[in-house]
Design a protein. Structure first.
Length: 88
């Protein structure tokens, strides 16, 4: 298992909502790979902690908290939770 530090917390306004993600930087300046992780509905980005610890330290790992989950903003319209909106 890798000895990764805690991830950096980041957020930005994307398509009108404040979305949050967690970023585990790679041990090397140039990551070998970047793993982009998306949780299932009803969860949050830190659900990936145990997985990230088992991935190579040379990989950068980013876990998005989809709209209305974790620290990401809740869409004002229930249609904002459609699969199309979450994926786009």
């Amino acid at each position: 298992m890798s000895g990764r530090p805690e991830p950096d917390a980041s957020s930005d306004r994307i398509r009108g909502l404040q979305l949050h993600w967690w970023d585990w930087p790679a041990a090397a300046a140039d990551p070998v790979r970047t793993a982009f992780l998306i949780h299932a509905t009803g969860f949050h980005g830190r659900v990936w902690d145990q997985v990230v610890r088992r991935l190579p330290a040379e990989w950068r790992c980013i876990a998005l908290e989809v709209r209305g989950h974790g620290r990401s903003e809740i869409p004002p319209d229930p249609d904002g939770f459609s699969w199309h909106e979450i994926a786009s």
